[in-house]
Design a protein. Structure first.
Length: 659
């Protein structure tokens, strides 16, 4: 697969990601003229809402050829409200281009994406864009990148001028230039490369320089392994630096691995709906080959699905290619049951996920008339398939729909999509914070489900709290002769489901649940008895020991003019914020710390008026902590509460029988 690259383009909102993608498509001959984000003509922003707002809300897959190499390029959204799209794209990339604005520098979203790229060890190029803008400072941004992202970020170009006089960047390697001529940028490059090998370092210390051929060889291998991160400079709006970036993608990012003759192994990372073909699943294949009319196993759903068509898709253009081989990406039609994250074929060799997007708000949807209700439910179910983090909660008895969101921009986009795609006028209530629960102490839960016959399931759980961020840990100490392995497996499957709603209706987390006693009956036990008994046993334990409420936190970095510092610190204290001693940088004050989401929902909007528009706030999710004693947040429960055992058994048995 040497003639292929799978590359994701990532950035904080407004760093110029889509503009850079358009320029690459244009310069490769893929499109006749580069589109404009502002004019709504960008190839990869083809949804109506994207053209209206001038932002990307969905990851867009496109493809171009450069120097005989096919490049699958995924343009991802830059706004934090659409981080889930970024998360899904990261999983299927072999290389990345991280775009940083030469004016704003490293921003909050940039750091979040960088952490994910490093955890997944994805080789990354850093492209400093907007060098032609007022305030562009290549040396300052490079220093910030090396401080906040990685000291292994090394320039492979020296920018020529800045702001209005920016004339592109001179290569420090290859036939076009030398590192010695690059001033401080060239010195940085030689030092970074020399440090990769002892022999090189010794020669560099002796001679003060290194041959271009050796520099290129070491840089290429180090970049492809994700050990050095080449930095390039450009102004995509004017087309400056884009050709060099395309050269770097082909030369410095690795080709995908994978054997087309091996067992099929892949993952669904994106879903779309086509008016003719129905559901389209975007698949990255890590092993094997699939063709039109093949029947392929969906390992996640344990089902067989037939491929009706394999397409290469560019924005709104599609071509039936009939074949998808290991290492490549394509859109597969015919898999009506596929969901995002489904593993296709063998799970071996399919990389895991990196969770970045954590929805912290929940909203209720409202529709105009009762007649719209079925259509609204169907529309939301389709949208939840395309973005599982919406985590749709459908309270059928109350005829209510609740969903999880990342922020206000996502709510606006959902409203627009429901109107343009489904013809539905839907509004949303005020967002409320998503809390969690955790056990208040250690204790036990017990259930003896012995009636109405035929049934027999006895379970005893030990429940104990764990430190913040631990999630759920489950184990069983029951021997197989007391409770058959198959029944124990059913209990293990049902415990996480039972903890989705605690005493206050929120997910229960940071606890260990141990099955310490279990009993079945040779004649009376049915496997489904443990499906019913597990939630009753778990909820019995929670009711005995009680739960504490946990609230989400944001880590923040705040930069304000010094004269507003005192007022802002008072405001942070009122919001129950905790922060380090402020740092003075020139005439500005920088404050870092944590803030509860509940008290700071409107803070970004208020900050503008409090600082006359001169305050800069960056936030990202920082985990959960115990809520204050007086906090009382409860959520309506879906379905019957297992604590009302008689009613719950009746409801559960009817549902199981109906299936």
């Amino acid at each position: 697969m040497k003639g292929l690259r799978n590359v994701g383009v990532f950035a904080h909102v407004d760093a110029g990601k889509t503009t850079t993608t358009e320029q690459m498509l244009y310069r490769s001959g893929r499109i006749r003229a580069p589109g404009s984000v502002d004019a709504g003509t960008a190839q990869t922003d083809w949804l109506e809402v994207e053209r209206e707002r001038g932002i990307s809300v969905r990851a867009a897959v496109t493809r171009f050829e450069w120097e005989g190499v096919g490049v699958n390029l995924v343009d991802t959204p830059g706004h934090v409200d659409f981080l889930s799209e970024v998360e899904r794209s990261l999983r299927v990339m072999d290389g990345a281009v991280l775009i940083v604005s030469a004016v704003e520098g490293v921003q909050a979203q940039t750091e979040v994406i960088w952490q994910a790229l490093r955890e997944l060890r994805i080789p990354t190029l850093i492209y400093v864009n907007k060098m032609d803008r007022i305030g562009a400072d290549a040396e300052a941004v490079l220093a910030q990148i090396r401080r906040l992202l990685s000291a292994d970020a090394v320039p492979v170009q020296a920018p020529q001028g800045a702001e209005a006089s920016f004339a592109g960047a001179a290569a420090l390697l290859g036939d076009e230039g030398t590192a010695e001529a690059g001033g401080p940028f060239g010195t940085l490059l030689m030092e970074a490369v020399a440090e990769r090998e002892e022999a090189l370092l010794a020669r560099y210390l002796d001679e003060g320089t290194l041959p271009a051929s050796e520099l290129t060889a070491v840089l290429t291998s180090s970049a492809r392994r994700g050990e050095l991160f080449p930095v390039l400079f450009g102004a995509s709006g004017k087309g400056l630096g884009v050709t060099a970036l395309m050269d770097a993608i082909v030369r410095l990012l690795p080709p995908p691995g994978g054997d087309p003759h091996a067992e099929v192994a892949g993952v669904v990372f994106k879903l779309e709906r086509d008016p003719v073909m129905g559901r389209i699943a975007y698949v990255r294949l890590y092993g094997g080959t699939i063709r039109n009319r093949d029947t392929v196993r969906n390992a996640t759903r344990d089902a067989l699905d037939k491929v009706t068509q394999i397409r290469k898709i560019d924005g709104q253009k599609a071509e039936d290619v009939g074949l998808l081989e290991a290492g490549d990406i394509a859109a597969v039609c015919g898999w009506s049951r596929a969901r995002i994250g489904d593993v296709i074929g063998s799970p071996e060799g399919v990389p895991g996920e990196r969770r970045m997007a954590v929805p912290l708000l929940t909203v209720q949807a409202h529709w105009q008339s009762e007649a719209d209700y079925p259509a609204v439910v169907a529309a939301f179910q389709e949208l939840a398939d395309e973005d599982p983090l919406l985590d749709l909660q459908w309270l059928q008895d109350e005829r209510e729909l609740h969903l999880k969101v990342m922020g206000p921009i996502q709510i606006e986009v959902l409203t627009s999509v429901l109107r343009s795609r489904f013809g539905l006028a839907v509004t949303f209530g005020a967002p409320s914070v998503i809390y969690k629960e955790t056990p208040a102490a250690a204790g036990e839960g017990y259930v003896a489900y012995l009636a109405p016959k035929p049934c027999w399931a006895i379970l005893r759980f030990a429940i104990e709290p764990l430190p913040r961020g631990s999630g759920l840990v489950y184990e069983s100490t029951v021997r197989g002769e007391r409770l058959l392995e198959s029944y124990q497996n059913e209990v293990a499957r049902r415990v996480p489901e039972a903890l989705q709603q605690g005493l206050r209706g929120w997910e229960v987390t940071d606890l260990k649940v141990t099955l310490v006693e279990g009993e079945h009956h040779v004649w009376h036990t049915h496997p489904l008895d443990f499906v019913i008994a597990t939630p009753m046993g778990v909820m019995d334990g929670l009711a005995r020991i009680g739960t504490k409420l946990l609230e989400p936190l944001l880590r923040f970095r705040l930069s304000v003019p010094e004269e507003f510092g005192g007022k802002l610190m008072n405001e942070l204290v009122v919001m129950r914020g905790a922060f380090d001693a402020p740092v003075l940088a020139g005439e500005r004050m920088e404050i870092e710390g944590v803030l509860p989401v509940a008290t700071s929902l409107d803070f970004p909007a208020r900050l503008g008026s409090m600082t006359k528009g001169r305050g800069v706030l960056s936030t990202f999710f920082a985990g959960y902590q115990e809520s204050p004693q007086d906090a009382d947040a409860t959520r309506n429960r879906r379905g019957v509460n297992p604590l009302d055992q008689a009613k719950y058994i009746l409801a559960a048995r009817s549902a199981l029988t109906a299936q």
